[in-house]
Design a binder for this molecule. Structure first.
Ligand code: BTN
Length: 243
């Protein structure tokens, strides 16, 4: 095994680069780019990808559990990113359900998992990760979410060390996930969940649900306590109540 890593100066999107080459990839193969001309975010959003400023990384994984397990995988990935950043000196990084990393209540990084494969078959996953390292405010002007980068927080992490550590740790975590699903990740999630035990609102289309956040279940659903009862939700966007 081992990871085959492509280093690209310019590309439309590192996720697209792997999606175009699924046939020839092995689990753990990855690519990084200096610049993305058409970086993608979730919900059809763009991902600002200025040259040399941030980390743009994608990894391929063939997931035996099939497409239904992709939600759980993406949560496990978030945990790994946060833990790697902690180890490299960024101690305040938190996870925000389902797929964001936060620091000081602002977005530091995002995860976009794209998949191919029918229910019942193994799924081909492309896991895309964007981490803000030193993006200038001018580059991030069009970003609608409140964001932060590591430089602003006074943290200097070598991009190559970050990429290499992530690739190793993501591969390890995906192997753990294949053995036992999300279960062993749940306490790790709770320890770094930005909203754990805090009052939140969950917006799901027209619905707005208020509750105390109680972490995740082993399917990756968000647990909210409403009037003493805990309910599980998939989908929607959470924020702190009062914000
Ligand atoms: C989000 O928070 O909306 C997800 C952002 C994911 C961005 C990364 S950057 C590397 C990879 N290639 C892409 O085009 N998108 C992901």
């Amino acid at each position: 095994s081992g990871n085959n890593v492509s280093v690209l100066p310019v590309i439309d999107s590192t996720n697209q680069y792997l999606l175009d080459r699924l046939e020839s990839l092995h689990s753990g193969d990855a690519c990084v780019a200096e610049y993305q001309q058409a970086g993608r975010g979730r919900r059809g959003r763009q991902w600002q990808s200025p040259f040399g400023a941030n980390l743009y990384l994608s990894m391929f994984w063939r997931l035996e559990q099939g497409p239904a397990a992709a939600v759980g995988v993406s949560l496990a990935i978030g945990i790994v990113i946060a833990e790697v950043l902690h180890r490299l000196g960024a101690h305040d990084v938190k996870v925000k359900w389902p797929n964001d990393l936060y620091m000081h209540d602002r977005k530091l990084a995002g995860i976009l998992v794209e998949l191919m494969g029918k229910t019942g078959d193994a799924a081909q996953l492309v896991i895309g990760i964007g981490i803000n390292l030193r993006m200038r405010p001018s580059s991030g002007q069009s970003v609608t979410q409140e964001w932060i980068n590591l430089q602003e927080a006074g943290i200097d992490i070598d991009r190559n060390i970050l990429a290499a550590t992530l690739i190793t740790e993501l591969s390890n975590a995906l192997e753990v996930f294949e053995q036992g699903g999300l279960r062993s990740f749940i306490p790790r999630w709770q320890a770094i969940d930005n909203y754990y035990n805090r009052p939140v609102k969950l917006i799901m289309g027209e619905r707005e649900i208020h509750g105390i956040e109680r972490g995740i279940d082993d399917q990756g659903a968000l647990l909210l306590e409403e009037n003493g009862e805990i309910k599980a939700y998939i989908g929607g966007e959470i924020s702190l109540r009062g914000k």
